[in-house]
Design a protein around this ligand. Structure first.
Ligand code: GLU
Length: 467
C-alpha cells in the first residue's frame, strides 16, 4: 500500500495572517481531507527579529476560524522550526562532509569586485576548490552541480532551470545559523512531507531546494506553486497597499464560510455554473492539476457579493447569532438594546446587508432615543413641498390606525394616490423623521416594531423642527 500523502503549511509569523496564506492553507487542508492524508502546520519562526508569539497565535486563530481545526485527527502540529535548529546545522555539516558544500570567506564587497572583473553577476564559485576549513565568519555554500534541474510542478508543469543560472547559494551564515532554504528542506524531510503546495513566489527557490533534497539522498516531494494574488491594478497584493489581513475581513463581518469559498476560487473553480458551493463539494472536487497558473485577482467586491449570498442563506437564528459581536459595537447605550426587538428586526435586514458590520447602522434607530439624523438626508427630503403635509397627516393617522404594517402602508398609499404622488416619494420624509436616513429596512414593518408611542414622538419632533 502506498503511503498516505503528507501536506504541510509553513507560515512565517511575521505579521497579520495574509489572505494568500489562508488560500494556501485551505488548498492543503482540502487535499488532506480528500486523500485521508495529514496536514502538518509548521511555524517557520527562525527570523527572530520579525517573529512574535502574537502573530503565531493570530495564524492559529485565523485557521481555526476558517475551519482548519487543530484538534482534527488529520491535523498535526504546530511544530516550530526554531526547535529544529540543531538538525538544520547537522544537515549542513553532512553536506560539507560529503563534498556537496564548501566554506567561503568572501565578503559581499569582494564578491561585487570580482563580479565587476569577470563581468558575471553574483557569486562565481571562487572558493569552491580553496579547501577552506570552517571558521567564524565563513559561510557554507552549496556546490551547485552542472546540468539542469527540472521541477515537476502540478500547477505549472515541468519547469526547467539551467544550473548555470543558480549560484552556489549559502546554507549556513557566517554566524553559523541556517538559511531558510536549508531549514525548510530539512524540516520537510524530517516531517516526511510528500507534497509541497505553496505560493508561487517560492518557485525560484525550488530548484535550489530540489538540489538539497537530492544531495541529502532523498527524492524531492511533489511540488505545486499556486498563483500569486493581485489587486485591481494587477499588482501583487501587498500589506502596504492592500487590505490583506484575514482578521480585518473577519472584523468587517465577512462570514468564515464565504471567505473559505471565495479563497478557494482564486485560481480554481468548482464544476458547474456557480462558484458558490459547499465546502464538502470543494473538498471532493479540488485538484491541483486544475489550478490556473495566471495571477488571481483578489476582488473585494466579489468577496462581498459572496458574503451577501452566504448571509441570506443563514437561518434566522444563525443570522442573529452571527450579528451578536457586531451589535456590541452599536452606537446605542448598552441598556437600550433589546434582543427581542432585534429578533423581529433581523429578518428585515438579513436580506439587505452584504457584511455584518453594516447591521448596526441599519437598525440603530430602534435603540436610540432619537434617530441619529443624517443632515443631508433631512435637507433633501424635508424641503419638498408635500413633506410637512405628509408627516403631519401620518402623525395624526398613527394615533388610531390598526397597529400593523399593512394598515400603516394602506393609509399612506391612500393619501398618496389622492394626491397623485408615488408611495416611494411620500415615504421618504416619514422614513427620515423616524430613522434619520433615506435608506434602511422596510419602513412599515420597522414602524410596527418601533411602536405607536415612539412613532408619534419622532413624527412630532420632526414637525416642530420643520416649523
Ligand atoms: N515560510 C515560508 C513563507 O511563509 C513558506 C515556505 C514554504 O511554504 O515552503 O513564505
Amino acid at each position: 500500500m502506498s503511503e498516505l500523502p503528507r501536506y504541510r503549511f509553513a507560515p512565517s509569523p511575521t505579521g497579520f495572517f495574509h489572505v494568500g496564506g489562508a488560500r494556501t492553507a485551505l488548498y492543503n487542508w482540502a487535499l488532506t481531507l480528500r486523500t485521508g492524508g495529514t496536514f502538518v502546520l509548521r511555524i517557520e519562526d527562525t527570523d527572530e527579529s520579525r517573529n512574535s508569539p502574537q502573530w503565531t497565535q493570530g495564524i492559529i486563530d485565523a485557521m481555526s476560524w476558517l475551519g482548519i481545526d487543530a484538534s482534527h485527527p488529520q491535523f498535526e502540529g504546530p511544530y516550530f522550526q526554531s526547535a529544529n535548529a540543531d538538525k538544520h546545522v547537522a544537515a549542513a555539516h553532512q553536506l560539507y562532509e560529503q563534498g556537496a558544500a564548501y566554506w567561503c570567506d568572501m565578503t559581499s564587497e569582494q564578491i561585487q569586485e570580482r563580479a565587476k572583473e569577470t563581468g558575471k553577476q553574483g557569486y562565481d564559485g571562487f572558493s569552491r576548490d580553496r579547501g577552506l576549513e570552517p571558521a567564524p565568519g565563513r559561510v557554507l555554500r552549496f556546490r551547485v552541480p552542472e546540468g539542469a534541474t527540472v521541477v515537476q510542478d502540478l500547477v505549472r508543469g515541468d519547469v526547467e532551470f539551467s544550473n548555470e543560472t543558480i549560484e552556489d547559494f549559502v546554507l549556513l551564515r557566517g554566524n553559523g545559523t541556517p538559511m531558510f532554504l536549508l531549514a525548510n528542506v530539512v524540516d520537510d524531510i524530517e516531517m516526511r512531507i510528500t507534497h509541497v503546495v505553496r505560493a508561487e513566489e517560492h518557485l525560484p527557490n525550488t530548484p535550489k531546494q530540489q538540489l538539497i533534497w537530492s544531495a541529502l539522498g532523498k527524492s524531492a516531494p511533489i511540488w505545486a506553486h499556486v498563483p500569486v494574488l493581485v489587486n485591481e491594478q494587477r499588482k501583487k497584493l501587498s500589506k502596504r497597499r492592500d487590505k490583506v489581513a484575514l482578521e480585518q475581513y473577519r472584523e468587517e463581518g465577512i462570514l468564515a464560510d464565504a471567505m473559505v469559498n471565495y479563497l478557494m476560487t482564486l485560481g480554481w473553480a468548482p464544476a458547474g455554473d456557480t462558484e458558490i458551493v459547499p465546502w464538502s463539494q470543494m473538498v471532493e472536487e479540488f485538484r491541483l492539476e486544475n489550478v490556473n497558473h495566471s495571477p488571481a485577482f483578489f476582488d473585494v467586491k466579489k468577496l462581498t457579493a459572496f458574503n451577501g449570498e452566504y448571509i441570506r442563506a443563514l437561518s434566522p437564528e444563525l443570522f442573529v447569532l452571527a450579528c451578536a459581536p457586531f451589535l456590541q459595537q452599536g452606537p446605542w447605550p448598552t441598556d437600550r438594546f433589546d434582543a427581542e426587538v432585534f429578533d423581529q428586526v433581523a429578518p428585515l435586514v438579513q436580506t439587505r446587508v452584504a457584511t455584518l458590520s453594516e447591521v448596526p447602522a441599519m437598525i440603530d434607530f430602534f435603540f436610540l432615543d432619537e434617530p441619529a439624523m443624517d443632515e443631508a438626508a433631512w435637507n433633501k427630503t424635508m424641503t419638498v413641498d408635500f413633506a410637512r403635509d405628509v408627516v403631519a397627516d401620518f402623525c395624526e393617522a398613527v394615533r388610531d390606525v390598526d397597529w400593523s404594517h399593512d394598515a400603516l402602508k394602506e393609509h399612506l398609499e391612500k393619501w398618496s394616490t389622492e394626491r397623485e404622488l408615488k408611495l416611494g416619494k411620500t415615504q421618504a420624509p416619514i422614513r427620515v423623521a423616524i430613522t434619520g436616513r433615506t435608506v434602511g429596512p422596510p419602513l412599515f414593518e420597522s414602524i410596527e416594531i418601533l411602536g405607536r408611542d415612539e412613532t408619534i414622538k419622532r413624527l412630532t419632533t420632526a414637525l416642530s423642527r420643520m416649523g
